[in-house]
Structure formats: C-alpha cells, structure tokens
Design a protein around this ligand. Structure first.
Ligand SMILES: [Zn+2]
Length: 478
C-alpha cells in the first residue's frame, strides 16, 4: 500500500479544496483584493514545481536504492558465512523474497538463508548486513516516525507522517517502530547504568570533573494498562526480575532525574534564569533505579571527581535523602518552595485563607529563610501558643518539619555558593519528559511501551538522537 500511496499526496494540490471554493466566492463578492494583487488560491506555481519534482524523483530514488541493495547482495553471494554461535562454516539452505519499507517506498530482495549443521542456527547475511527486518519499516523512515511519536501521540504521529513525509502509515505502524527503536534505546540506557554501577568501586574517577554538580529528582504516577505484562530477563540465562509492585494495580511511578552545573545557569532577563544545558535520566522504577541511572550519567559525563560536591535538591521525600550517601561529598538542600509551602499551611490555619496578615507573615518567613535564619524562625514558632487545637497541631507539624530539615535549609549559604535553592529545573524537566507526552487525557501504558518511549524521549531531550544509529537493534516478536 505504501508504494502505491506514496506520492499521492503531491497530487492533491491540483484539486480544488473546499477552502479554495470559499476564497473564490469571496473574490466574486466585490472586494476583489485577491484578484487585484494577483494573489492566487491553492498551491503556488513554485509549490507545484516542488511537488512535480518530488513525484518524479521518488520512484527513481527507489530504483537507485534497490540497485544498491542488489549490489550488496551480489557482494555477499560468494561468501560462506560462519556460525556466530559455534564458528562452523554454515550451509546454504534456501532463498526467499523479502520486502521492507523505506522512505521512497517498498524494497525487495532475494535473501539467501544459511544454516549451521552443528548447532542448527540460521542466518540471512544480507538482512544482517543491511540491518533491516522483513516486512518492517527500516532505516531513516523508521527514525523519522519514531521522532514524530516521541513528541506526539501515535495516531497524531501517523497523521504527521502523511503530511510531512507523504508516507501513509497507521498509528499501529508507528507504534511498532517505536517498540523496536525504543527497546534498543532502553537497553542501552539500562546496560550503561548497570556497567557503571557494577564497576563503580574500581572505576577511575574523572580528573576534569567540575567542583559542583546539582542533582534533583522528581516523580509522578503513570496510568498503566491493567493487563499484566510479561517480565524480561536482563540477560540470557539470568533469572527473571521480581514482579514490580503496582500500586492499586493501575499506576506505576515514573521518576526523572536532572543533572546540571550551577555555573551554567544564565540570567536571560532580570530575575529569569535558564540553563545552558542539563542532562536527564528517567525510569519506570524505584528510587534505587533512578539513582543508579544518575550515578551512571555522572560517570559518563565525567562529572564525578573526588572533590566534586554533589548538591542534591529534594522536595523533602525521604527516599531522596536516603540515597545521598552514595556521593562522597554531598550537600542536601530542601527545595525552598516546599519549605515555604509548609509555612503557608500553618499561616492559613492561623490567619485564615487569603488574609493580608498571612501574606505579611509568610513574607517575613521567606526573608528569614533566605537569610539562613531557620533556627531563629523555629524559636519564634516555639513561642507561639495558639488556642485552637487544629492550629496547635499545624504549628507542631511545622516546627517538627523545620527541625528535621534545618540542616538542609541554610539558604544564605547555598545562594552564596551559587548552588541554587529551588527544584524548579527538576520539576520542569520532569514535566517535559513525562507529562508533555505521556500524561495526556485517557492515556494508559504498558510497562514495556512506557519504558521504550521514555528511553527515546530522553535521547531527544538530551540532544542524543543521533545515537540511535550506534545502537544495536533488537528483533522483537510482533
Ligand atoms: Zn553453529
């Protein structure tokens, strides 16, 4: 279907659309603007020329590509492949026609199959050489479709493929491409994480590492499909991982971690800071998994030296503080806005919702927090004696929270050192990685589906899309 329809899109400019009919009737009504200026409706002459050329050359491109494929097939014809498993010379078995899809249409090849008489394994050298799979969308078209699906829901990505590339493909076709490329990306990220976490003790530390790295983590729930998914073995022969805990059976937490260097925050306009760059990691998994990813990414970047201060900005969640020990030098910072939000809770109880006094009180708290006077604030709070039991409870809670986190609230110090005091960069990164694509109305994910799309999204957002070319593609059961 694809080859018949490819190119069809270019013919559409010639037919009058309903939009054109409307414009024509407007012209007739006496305004005459379009006619007077010589403006035309529909495609311009130049657009027509462009489409003509594309229509003319697309079949030629397919023929040229087909010829190149045949040349590769010819070059392999005289070679007897060796078994990848046992090293024996393999025997010719049969030849079958195989087709796959590329940007310019459908390609065909007669593919020889070889079999090992020792271990019985099979190979098709031409397909391996080309890196294509029978019946699938391959090469640059696959990458473009994946790119569309990384930013838009599958049905919309399929529509975009038609409008942008002139390629008719179903939402399911796009989905399949994402599963294949996404699996390669996810495995790469997981292998990298495992490699660095297995070898962390003997690994030489980066010598050019920055003095300070800021790290933050955020998470949210992702709506999951209710049906159970098969588990995967991390490597052949290894045991299946335990079933992940599923809260309420319908949600899985997805976590995002961000790494940045404080000196790379720039003030784009007064009071507005943005980042030159940041690196993201993400996973559908527990706290240990996201920290393993962060650790691996720090090593990859060469950002973790003996002297590197790892600044961890958290929203107060225990699972974050429980893992900072992995960094020899670290500094824990409680996100300033979370600290203030707790004060707000109490202020609303004490002064009433939306009251001016509450606002003034909070303003003072914020100033004192910024000045690093958390102990003074606690002493002041301890001198309060509200009569209302609910307010008493709220006060106790606030004092407890500040006492527990006082060492993470030295905001004057963090500002002086340039560490920053807010987790805004983390929260916005998490929204960009997850919410913008994966938390749209009614979306439900399978675990492998979410994991693969997240891995691809990360490549795009980390500006590593080109890395897809380096990854070993894995064949998935359709
Ligand atoms: Zn063999």
């Amino acid at each position: 279907m694809l080859d018949k329809l490819a190119g069809f899109v270019y013919e559409m400019g010639g037919r009058p659309s309903s939009h054109e009919l409307i414009r024509t009737s407007e012209e007739g009504s006496g305004t005459g603007g379009a006619r007077a200026t010589g403006a035309r409706c529909g495609a311009t002459r130049f657009m027509e020329l462009e489409r003509e050329v594309e229509q003319e050359y697309r079949p030629q491109m397919r023929v040229a590509l087909q010829q190149k494929v045949e040349a590769v097939a010819e070059s392999l014809r005289s070679q007897t492949p060796q078994c990848a498993r046992c090293g024996r010379a393999m025997r010719y078995h049969d030849t079958r026609p195989v087709s796959w899809w590329a940007r310019c249409g459908k390609l065909l090849a007669l593919v020889a199959r070889y079999r090992c008489s020792g271990c019985g394994s099979e190979c098709r050298p031409l397909l391996e050489e080309l890196g294509v799979e029978p019946g699938r969308i391959s090469g640059s078209l696959a990458r473009l479709l994946a790119l569309l699906a990384v930013v838009a829901p599958y049905p919309l990505a399929a529509r975009l493929a038609w409008l942008l590339l002139g390629v008719p493909v179903s939402a399911m076709g796009v989905w399949r491409v994402v599963q294949r490329l996404g699996e390669a990306a996810a495995r790469y990220q997981e292998d990298l994480s495992q490699y660095h976490n297995d070898t962390c003790s003997q690994e030489p530390r980066a010598t050019q590492a920055p003095a300070v790295v800021v790290l933050g983590v955020d998470g949210c729930n992702l709506g999951m499909q209710v049906r159970k998914q098969r588990r995967r073995r991390p490597a052949e022969g290894s045991p299946l991982p335990p079933l992940p805990p599923v809260e309420d059976g319908q949600f899985r937490e997805v976590k995002t971690g961000v790494l940045l260097r404080p000196e790379e925050r720039v003030e784009t306009s007064p009071g507005r800071r943005s980042l030159v760059r940041r690196f993201l990691v993400t996973c559908l998994g527990d706290a240990d998994a996201i920290f393993a990813h962060l650790w691996a990414q720090l090593q990859e970047l060469g950002w973790l030296g003996v002297q590197t201060m790892v600044v961890v900005i958290g929203d107060g969640a225990e699972w974050i503080w429980n893992r900072t020990w992995m960094f020899p030098r670290h500094c824990e910072i409680l996100d300033f806005w979370h600290a203030l939000e707790h004060a707000w809770e109490f202020a609303r109880l004490r002064y009433g919702e939306g009251s001016q006094r509450a606002e003034r009180w909070i303003h003072q708290i914020a100033e004192d927090l910024r000045a690093g006077k958390v102990q003074a604030i606690i002493r002041r709070l301890e001198r309060l004696h509200p009569t209302n039991p609910e307010t008493q409870k709220g006060l106790k809670k606030l004092i407890g929270y500040y006492l527990e986190n006082a060492s993470r609230m030295q905001y004057d110090e963090y500002l002086r050192l340039g560490y920053g005091i807010g987790s805004g960069a983390v929260e916005s990164a998490h929204k960009q990685v997850v919410h913008a694509r994966m938390r749209q109305a009614g979306m439900r994910w399978s675990e492998p589906g979410a994991r693969r799309l997240l891995a691809l999204r990360l490549l795009l957002l980390n500006e590593r899309w080109a890395m897809l070319d380096q990854l070993r593609m894995v064949s998935l059961a359709a």
